[in-house]
Design a binder for this molecule. Structure first.
Ligand code: DGJ
Length: 723
């Protein structure tokens, strides 16, 4: 049961799994005392003594005690020498802030964040602490929430200018988490295009370490995520604390080990490309941050995040709901198609049992390559003479749903839209624009551009009757500047872009509640909790090579559940790596998420087309367990040549186990993998072999998994409880 306990000057959020404790110090400074496994009670003096800070009399900010005090929302410059969470320039030009608690209220449930995605309020217990800086009149509302069913705490900060002079916010982070020791290793998920969310694990060192994105998107290169794990922590055992943002734009995450060996995690919008003018009476909402704790290893932390997103973030319509098996035309046809070709691909897909056919890039303007037409969202009648209506109808006549691709945030210099509105892109007057993939970025912060995008997407959905829209975004920001903002507010551009994008998404998902929106940014270049508030799944990577995908999916599921990852079987040789892997292994890997195809089924052999029929049937039959079961990485591809994972149904009656071997090992015994998450007392039948084992036996002695010969070999087993 999630609850907020208030004992004197202690604020304690807890549920069955975790506790988060803060304390109001004499004078109102807000200290952070504890985040970890659930506590019955906590002796604040004990922890403050550890930090060498007097608990009551004798506590004074005058003597630089703040430099040792663990805090909730600190500022640099008034005694704390570590990096702070907040910097605000006042009318006198100074930038330090001294926040003191004015009020504490428990709320019915956590309120929504104005203009930003956030975990939803239903079922939460929430606390609001109001803090004030007497010098500037700035008020900060810190909202905290906890749910019954997740080892997580959410928090957000809202700044209100209660003074009489304008303020300039130059840093407004979302998270400060002060941990009393530095006995941790730091996990982050660095990457690149086609190599998203790889693994970095390193011991914490004195000073600063961290990751950031200044690309205008959370990015393939650095996810807004950090975990602290004990050196001995594994997937299955040991302490792990993870932190992330519900935000899709620029961010910074930093871990600072202080001179006293304490660790401060900070996370928020990267201030290097940010400032916000706060006029008297105005407010600024910083994005939500989430922290998760588990003593059950990295896997426990991941499952904590998964349950939070699945139960409290994803769009309600798609929470725990089946996803259609789709076939996307991109790698089947690229820009080279007409209606007949698409219909013939769709027909072959329908024959295999596919449910949704998606027409990717190339259907509008005169887009025969990626040099042109973004922004001109009118159908190219050379390719589709009967328009979107006609193609949609022909696809539906095959018994398929129809889906479509758009890249609504972009504009090609070669487009009617650009010729009509050359100032609609992000740009710096007088400087040459920088194209990337031959395109520019629309200034989404501007209401008229938001209106244009909503109209273009709505018209496309209505004309095509599409029940699915792939929302792509294929470049990062340069020339960051907005024609709509005065010179002294240009640093608001990137965040205003995100607010504009979220406003557009909100309008569209509300207007088209039955459409399945899939996010994409050159693959997984904007895969974050902010986007997942609107779109239940995101194309995980343009790299569909089975072996690469095991790594990408392993890294991605450290934070996000399988249902959120678009995972497709593609053709060989693979278009990104030229590697040839067996169809079975491409299938085994794609089963790791929302399943589909990215190939031309007409080019398969008869035998392969037959195989597709059984693949689609299997994917559908197992999707509830695969997408919404509890995920266990038994062996990760970052550590082992054999990667193995399994998803276990909530009631442990069923599980899907997958093993993928990267390189063949001659003269080796077959792998023996110890399973996890089963009911030790039940017996399970491996449906593919007919054998029956005890749950305890599978988890303790392991399951022997003979593999076919060759590289990239795999096996998938369905386990069903017998009783
Ligand atoms: C990038 C995406 O990741 C691909 O799947 C495809 O949609 C292309 N864009 C189309 O331009």
């Amino acid at each position: 049961m999630a609850e907020i306990l208030r004992e004197g000057n202690l604020y304690h959020l807890r549920n069955e799994q975790v506790s988060y404790v803060m304390r109001e110090m004499p004078g109102g400074v807000l200290a952070h005392l504890y985040f970890g496994a659930r506590l019955e009670r906590l002796n604040a003096e004990n922890l403050l003594r550890r930090a060498n800070v007097p608990a009551d009399e004798g506590f004074s900010v005058q003597e630089c005690t703040l430099d040792r005090l663990p805090q909730e929302y600190p500022s640099f410059g008034l005694g704390d020498m570590r990096d702070g969470a907040l910097t605000v320039e006042g009318p006198d030009g100074s930038w330090a802030v001294d926040l003191r608690v004015e009020k504490a209220e428990t709320l019915e449930a956590k309120p929504a964040l104005e203009g930003l995605p956030a975990t939803r309020g239903e079922g939460s217990a929430a606390l609001r602490l109001t803090l004030k800086d007497a010098h500037t009149g700035l008020t900060v509302l810190l909202d905290y929430a906890i749910y019954d069913d997740c080892p997580a705490v959410t928090r957000s900060a809202r700044l209100v200018n209660g003074g009489e002079a304008p303020l300039n916010v130059t840093r407004a982070y979302s998270l400060c988490l002060d941990m009393p020791d530095d006995g941790w290793e730091l996990i982050t998920l660095p990457g690149a295009w086609a190599r998203e969310r790889s693994l970095s694990r390193r011991p914490l060192a004195a000073g600063h370490q961290g990751v950031s994105s200044r690309r205008g998107a959370s990015s393939a290169q650095a996810s807004p995520f950090m975990a602290l794990v004990r050196p001995e922590t594994t997937q299955a055992l040991g302490e792990a604390i993870g932190a992330t943002l519900v935000y899709s734009g620029n961010f910074i995450a930093n871990a600072e080990v202080s001179q006293f060996g304490a660790t401060r995690l900070l996370m928020g919008i990267d201030e290097r490309d940010f400032a916000w003018q706060l006029l008297p009476g105005a407010s600024f909402q910083a994005p939500e941050a989430v922290v998760v704790y588990s003593a059950e290893g990295i896997g426990g932390m991941s499952r904590g995040f998964h349950s939070l997103w699945e139960n409290h973030l994803l769009p309600g319509r798609w929470m725990n709901r089946p996803r259609p098996v789709l076939l996307n035309s991109w790698e089947a046809a690229y820009f080279d198609f007409d209606a007949d070709k698409l219909v013939s691909i769709a027909k072959a897909a329908a024959d295999a049992g596919v449910e949704l056919f998606v027409m990717d890039d190339g259907w509008f303007g005169h887009r025969d390559d990626d040099y042109t037409s973004l922004g001109d969202w009118s159908v190219d009648r050379r390719k589709l003479p009967e328009g979107l209506e006609g193609l949609g109808e022909r696809v539906r006549a095959l018994g398929l749903q129809f889906g479509i691709w758009m890249e609504p945030e972009m504009i090609s210099p070669d487009s009617d839209l650009y010729r009509a509105h050359p100032d609609w892109c992000l740009h710096i007057p007088g400087r040459e624009g920088i194209n990337s993939r031959h395109q520019l970025v629309l200034d989404m912060g501007r209401p008229e551009i938001q209106g244009f995008v909503v109209q273009a997407v709505s018209d496309t959905l209505k004309a095509s009757g599409a029940t699915y829209l792939k929302w792509d975004m294929n470049r990062n920001f340069t020339n960051i500047g907005s024609a709509a903002l005065p010179a002294d507010r240009q640093k608001e551009t990137a965040h205003r872009y995100m607010l504009g994008l979220y406003a557009v998404m909100e309008r569209l998902v509300t207007a088209f509640p039955d459409v399945l929106f899939e996010g994409c940014a050159s693959g997984g270049g904007r895969f974050d909790a902010g986007m997942l508030y609107y779109v239940p799944q995101i194309w995980c990577s343009d790299n569909t090579d089975a072996l690469c995908r095991v790594e990408i999916q392993c890294g991605t599921t450290m934070l996000f559940p399988p249902s959120t990852m678009g995972c497709h079987v593609s053709a060989v040789p693979n278009h990104q790596t030229a590697r040839v892997t067996p169809l079975e292994t491409r299938f085994a890997t794609a089963l790791g998420g929302s399943f589909g195809y990215e190939l031309d089924p007409r080019k398969l052999t008869d035998g392969e087309r037959e195989t597709l029929i059984s693949q689609v049937a299997f994917a559908n039959r197992t999707q509830n367990v695969r997408l919404y079961g509890r995920l266990y990485w038994l062996q990760t591809p970052f550590e082992d040549n054999d990667a193995a994972w399994m998803s276990v149904a909530g009631d442990r009656s069923e599980a899907i186990f997958t093993l993928v071997r990267a390189m063949a090992r001659p003269n080796a015994m077959p792998p023996l993998v110890r399973l996890a998450g089963l009911d030790a007392k039940r017996r399970y039948r491996v449906m593919e072999t007919g054998e029956v084992f005890g749950g305890d036996e599978l988890m303790q002695a392991g399951l022997c998994c003979p593999l076919p010969y060759g590289d990239a070999a795999s096996v998938v087993y369905t386990l069903k409880a017998e009783d």
